[in-house]
Design a protein around this ligand. Structure first.
Ligand code: ADP
Length: 491
């Protein structure tokens, strides 16, 4: 099978969150199963290609009424052919410090979508599956069916992954004209958003309507996005396309997230070890981290939070968790970055409040190294999200022997099983969870978890042991995507 992925992120080259992790992990997993896998990514200028053998070739793509000469930089990473699209210098779309956050983001990724298909057309090779991700590359599905197919580009089926329906790529309908489509030919039902934004285009909506299959990144999220609460205005169009939708739980790249070989951490461990040794290794990692962050060296439970500080992640509940932990004989470590000014300010205030407190460490950064240390050293990882399409942090935490405390939504609901929920057997319980997005529920659950730490270590150990033994690797995720591809090709 020839499978081509097109996305805005791919770890470690360009990553903001779970999208980047999933794209690199899934493409690598599919290639390890002897499929021919290619991945097309913008050539962001911050991408480091040192040590890779890179070939440069030229190809033309269409934008704003003219043909533009781009470079395609190709290399191979983990058996995946990586193609980086580099526009000429006068087009500065990817010559910026960040992946997203610019007013012209829809233009930037529409340019990229069109250029990716122009490149694929120039290769003159048939594609079995074109796999696109989120709004950034949704336009590829529209461009293929309404333009490139006629030019001879052969793609058997198109799959759209929805990693987060909140972000939709809403822009002017003239964006269509800029990539060579005629905006006047499209109706509200195809591509445009509801009346309150009449003249606007919704790129994700185009992807939903034009793809042959839609995959949400967890089974629960696949159901949630059909509702008003979680569909962010696209629930109706998703309901109309319901037969195309399925949910496949993401997994983690177990080569990168492996506490036995992780180069970031000093004391290694994994589920095959004697359990007492695992606890000793984790304890040594904990002391090192406490020292590193200037915390009290103490046996108090560490509760951590790693993630983007945006409304989706429940910043108000994270703040509550910091207070509750500090009042209940715990330590708290936050690693987060925010592009939202008022959220950043609220956390800065909190950070000032706890400045002298050696049981609280608040870190505003995107720091891969520190993230690894925290996963390895923590007792609990708290994820009180408003919604969570899949969530990778709980899966990483489980593998590193840190117990997730989560709100039951999306992928969190599909992967974390509460100790005290009688519907789960002793063999699968691996964490703590609560239903409603509510401070009281969060506090009660966190206090319950902290109480067990002091009163019933046997139960806590069972959660650690179960969690570490569970396999949330991309191997099973890859297998599910492959069977979906095969089903589509046979339909
Ligand atoms: P999302 O995709 O919504 O951001 P996920 O849980 O799916 O959330 O993925 C988050 C990924 O990004 C994980 O690999 C996590 O470790 C990493 N991450 C998030 N915030 C930070 C940070 N501040 N520093 C380092 N890594 C981070």
């Amino acid at each position: 099978m020839r499978i081509v992925h097109i996305a805005a992120e791919m770890a470690p080259f360009a990553k903001v969150g779970g999208l980047g992790d999933m794209v690199s992990g899934l493409t690598k997993e599919l290639a390890s199963r002897n499929e021919t896998v290619e991945m097309v990514l913008p050539r962001y200028n911050f991408i480091k290609l040192d040590g890779l053998s890179v070939e440069r070739s030229k190809f033309k793509s269409f934008f704003n009424n003219s043909w533009i000469e781009n470079f395609a930089l190709t290399t191979v990473v983990d058996k995946v052919k990586l193609i980086l699209i580099e526009p000429p210098k006068e087009i500065d779309f990817f010559l910026r410090p960040n992946i997203y956050g610019y007013e012209d983001d829809p233009n930037r990724f529409s340019y990229f979508s069109r250029a990716a298909l122009d490149y694929l057309l120039s290769q003159k090779k048939s594609i079995d599956i074109l796999h696109i991700h989120d709004w950034h590359t949704s336009l590829c599905a529209v461009l293929f069916k309404d333009h490139f197919k006629k030019l001879g580009l052969q793609i058997k089926k198109t799959v759209l992954n929805i990693h987060n329906v909140e972000y939709q790529g809403i822009c002017e309908s003239s964006t269509l004209d800029s990539v060579g489509l005629e905006s006047s030919k499209y109706s509200l039902a195809d591509l445009l958003v509801p009346a309150w934004l009449t003249s606007k285009l919704n790129l994700l909506k185009g992807g939903i309507n034009y793809s042959d299959a839609i995959v949400a990144v967890s089974p629960s999220y696949a159901e949630e996005i059909l509702t008003e609460k979680y569909g962010y205005g696209l629930q109706e169009v998703l309901l109309k396309n319901k037969d195309k939708i399925s949910g496949i739980l993401n997994g983690i790249d177990t080569d990168i997230w492996n506490p036995q070989t992780d180069a970031h951490i000093k004391f290694h461990f994994d589920s095959t070890m004697n359990f007492e040794t695992i606890l000793e290794q984790k304890k040594k990692n904990k002391e090192l981290l406490q020292q590193f962050l200037g915390l009290n060296i103490s046996e108090k439970p560490i509760v951590s939070s790693i993630g983007r500080l945006v409304p989706q992640k429940g910043p108000e509940l994270i703040k509550e968790a910091i207070n509750i932990t500090s009042e209940n004989k715990g330590q708290f470590i936050l690693l987060g970055s925010s592009t939202i000014k008022n959220i950043q300010e609220e956390f800065s205030e909190l950070s000032n409040k706890f400045k002298q407190n050696k049981d609280i460490s608040i870190n505003f950064a995107f720091d891969e190294h520190l993230a690894h240390l925290i996963y390895a050293a923590s007792d609990y990882l708290i994820i009180p999200s408003l919604f969570e399409p899949c969530g990778l942090t709980q899966l990483i935490a489980l593998r590193y022997g840190s117990i997730p405390i989560v709100r039951k939504t999306g992928g969190l609901k599909d992967s974390v099983f509460d100790l005290d929920d009688p519907s789960f057997s002793n063999k699968i319980v691996n964490g703590f969870s609560f239903s409603n997005f509510d401070k009281n529920e969060l506090s009660a659950t966190l206090i319950r978890a902290l109480n067990y730490f002091y009163s019933d270590r046997k139960k806590i150990n069972r959660l650690i042991e179960n969690g570490m033994a569970q396999n949330y690797s991309l191997a099973s995720t890859g297998k599910e995507y492959l069977s979906l591809y095969k089903k589509l090709l046979n339909s």
